[in-house]
Design a protein around this ligand. Sequence first.
Ligand code: UD1
Ligand code: UDP
Length: 375
Amino acid sequence: MKKILLVFGTRPEAIKMAPLVKEFQKYPNIFETKVCVTAQHRQMLDQVLEVFEIVPDYDLDVMAPNQDLFDITSKVLLGMRNILNEFAPDVVFVHGDTTTSLAVAMGAFYKRIKVAHVEAGLRTYDLQSPWPEEMNRQLTDRISDYYFAPTMGAENNLKIEKVPQEKVYVTGNTVIDALLMAVDIIAQDKSIENQIVKSIKEKGYVFSDKRIVLVTGHRRENFGDGFLHICQAIKNVAISHPDVDIVYPVHLNPNVQKPVFELLSDLDNVFLISPLDYLPFVYMMQHSHLILTDSGGVQEEAPSLGKPVLVMRNTTERPEAVTAGTVKLVGTDAKIIEDNLNLLLKDKELYTQMSIANNPYGDGAACSRIVQVFI
Ligand code: UD1
Ligand code: UDP
């Protein structure tokens, strides 16, 4: 029996690790599978655990309001010590580029336990962007034993860094496994759709025949001026396009909540709602005209739904959809964001070009490929 420990802490890690948990649990005779959540996020993590019906075996419950990077790193590292001693897993799975991922990987390394890194090899090679995620991902890759690269581009980065090739597996991104599960559930029957529409209404948005611009944003490097510029652009577009609804499920980080609510609360066609559960969020993406975001996961999901995405960052470690033409980097300059939004809302030809569905990030079978490595 191989002892597998999957550890995650934030909303995107949970979405991308949930299908992997489910896949390991299909083989109870081969794996003793346990889940540990650090709860770097609390409410936004619990939303995902509920949707995927995952009950963690361990919960470090580290989140504190307005926590900083010292808080998270030290609490997670210390918290992992007991769990790694108690369960003594053969392999610890971490995901992506959060502070949870790095601190857990360090803990496993200190205990000489093998680290499997899901979503390995993505790079901007700019340590300031995304900050601190680029550093988190690079360091996690330095101490991993198994590398699950979502794309050939990520595999190539690892090759350039001289990671031994036999340790690298190109699997596709598990986010597409999660997305396809969600799309299937939504399509199952009308009552599920009705429930979703009702839950979105309860959060404050009622669908009409208006086009929807869906917004998400939370990056640390955009705090301060970046968010002020983003909000200014959204405000200008809302005023000049009363025929468009702008729906923004606002991240719970106080550094995001403050500027967004201060600057955008009093506009009739801007709907600031609390974070949506995963199924309603996928439904919202499906029914949006276009998406404005700085999120990593949304950049990967939207192309397979055929939705154009404007990314409010200057760099991306996910260049594949930019190359395919469905994602455009627009930075955080208010005028540039506004101009690009206006153009996509007006220029039908450009809109159609950017809406061609493509799937550079996976085919929905990433988790099965990962688990097969250990069978
Ligand atoms: C974290 C990750 C980032 C990831 C993002 C996904 C790091 C350094 N950052 O950033 O890589 O893209 O999650 O969303 O690992 N909060 C709540 N409830 C929640 C979640 C957050 O109240 O469920 C508030 C708390 O005040 C918390 C703050 O948001 O202290 C910041 O959370 P934190 O995880 O430190 O940063 P994120 O910006 O969410
Ligand atoms: N998401 C969600 N509800 C929301 C906003 C986003 O479920 O209200 C999902 C989205 O589908 C994607 C993930 O959360 O899978 C992205 O998380 P986030 O933007 O917080 O982090 P990032 O991907 O930038 O690390």
